[in-house]
Design a protein around this ligand. Structure first.
Ligand code: CTP
Length: 466
């Protein structure tokens, strides 16, 4: 028997132990907390499994800590917070172990029953907390060995573990991606053979795992596993549609799926922002729909940035992602992702730069990061050239921004002023005049100040037009 007392050095465990002994209950800390402690990862969520009543133990612990027990409405699990720790108590279960199971929860199991019904060997480790077992590590499925060898493995036959909760197929890939682990062969085959069962899982739960994959340090690792297992084509067919290379005559094009994954990894090296990572994932999503071959010229994906931006709301909606400014941000980056590279030529006027600053606003730095990440050429000469060009664009952006302050610019003439000046009601004309003033400033025809804009507006008097 292995002693693991050093993993339960936090004083809360002595309190739980004292409560369990008073009630003469057997209990263990189990799951993620034990795994993370062994792996030296930061963790504040503690799951306690009780052979008997979770509620009774939770109440006893709460009374010692002079705090309150909260009971989760949906699944009746008692929990309490103490300092920055969240403690959950459950009775050992004989049946599948997860909150969203449609099956009734069958409690009154032994520790062994409970460990068997968990998702992976590395999540089934338990450390005793009551007097009899204090500090003893219980590891019936060699989870410790799997942590050492960096392996994700189901404790039972994969078919059983995954059919208890098909989301576990995504969890396997999420843990592999987060922890840089390998999924053991049989477990992975189990995912491949049951992939279509993911269809019964809600997108809220799918997205939670998918976002954790996106947030891992090399997200392509997890997304490739989703692809190889067959899960990706079910949950994200638009991404799979990016796959493949077609060659006609001497013309080919790059594989946009692997290119996208490379861009995602590149962006992830420079930022942890989940929305920037979504933008990288979707930046070429409009390519399959816009792909065209022209004889003597080759392949084009004309306006894929516009089509991609238009496809995004439906994808966000399916993934139950927020349809607010986050969606707006992702759409903006997709639709602008070709603009900076178009500004490298020496003949590019200030007005192009001004327009980009105006359109990108505060997201200009993220856009530049995405554009630089978009360089996935293997040719060192080409890479050098691209980066030199981006340095030029960055310098121009800096120069114009310092001069014209366009990042968060609002045109000096409002619709209100236009309506009052010409004595006209709200109408399409008001918008058109506003746009013309804005264009004149961005194109450098007039200076960016109220007086010049006002004088320019007077030249646009709609009442003198027929
Ligand atoms: N669990 C499970 N099957 C699931 C979900 C959870 O068996 N579908 C079990 C695992 O033993 C897991 C524990 O419940 O360790 C707690 O689940 P959760 O809090 O979702 O995951 P953690 O392992 O704590 O990892 P993370 O905090 O990274 O989500």
């Amino acid at each position: 028997m292995k002693n693991a007392e050093h993993h339960i050095s936090h004083p809360i465990f002595k309190t739980i132990s004292q409560a369990a002994d008073t009630l003469q209950l057997e209990c263990y800390v189990i799951g993620g907390y034990v795994r993370d402690k062994i792996m030296n990862r930061e963790t504040n969520d503690i799951d306690i499994v009780v052979i008997g009543s979770g509620i009774k133990l939770a109440e006893k612990v709460a009374s010692i800590l002079k705090t309150q027990v909260h009971v989760f409405k949906n699944f009746g699990t008692p929990m309490l917070k103490h300092d920055n720790i969240e403690l959950e108590f459950v009775g050992a279960r004989k049946e599948s172990y997860h909150h969203s199971s449609r099956k009734p929860i069958v409690e009154n199991g032994t520790l062994d029953d409970d460990q068997k019904r968990r998702d992976f060997t590395i999540n089934a480790l338990a450390i005793g907390l009551d007097n009899q077992n204090y500090g003893v590590l219980l590891d019936p499925f060699n989870g410790l060995e799997d942590i050492k060898n960096k392996i994700i493995r189901t404790p039972l036959e994969p078919e059983i573990t995954f059919s208890d909760d098909p989301l576990r197929m995504m969890r396997a890939i999420r843990f592999a991606s987060q922890l840089k682990f390998t999924i053991e062969d049989r477990s992975f085959k189990g995912i491949c053979s049951q992939a279509n069962r993911i269809e019964i899982i809600s997108y809220e739960r799918i997205t939670e795992e998918f976002n954790k994959i996106l947030l891992s340090s090399t997200p392509s690792y997890g997304i490739n596993l989703l692809d190889e297992s067959g899960l990706l084509s079910i949950i994200f067919p638009e991404l799979v549609a990016l796959k493949g290379v077609e060659t006609i005559e001497k013309y080919g094009h790059k594989d946009n799926f692997y290119h996208t994954l490379q861009v995602l990894d590149n962006v992830s090296n420079g930022s942890n922002d989940i929305w920037l990572r979504w933008a990288a994932l979707l930046h070429d999503i409009g390519k399959p729909a816009t792909k065209k071959f022209t004889q003597g010229f080759g392949w084009s994906f004309h306006q894929h940035e516009i089509v991609g931006s238009r496809m995004t709301p439906a994808i966000f909606s399916r993934f139950k992602l927020p349809l607010n400014e986050k969606l707006k941000y992702v759409r903006k980056l997709i639709s602008l992702h070709l603009r900076p590279i178009g500004l490298v030529e020496d003949f590019v006027t200030d007005s192009g730069i001004r327009r980009l600053l105006f359109d990108a606003g505060d997201d200009i730095d993220d856009l530049m990061l995405l554009c630089e990440a978009d360089v996935t050429s293997k040719n060192p000469e080409k890479i050098k050239k691209y980066f030199k060009n981006f340095t030029k664009v960055r310098a121009k952006l800096k120069e114009i921004e310092e001069k014209d302050k366009l990042r968060n610019w609002q045109p000096p003439i409002t619709g209100e002023i236009i309506m009052q000046t010409f004595n006209i009601p709200p109408s399409r004309e008001v918008g058109e005049i506003k746009q013309q003033i804005c264009d004149a400033i961005l194109d450098g025809e007039i200076d960016n100040n109220y007086e010049e804009a006002y004088q320019f507006m007077l030249t646009l008097d709609p009442t003198t037009k027929k």
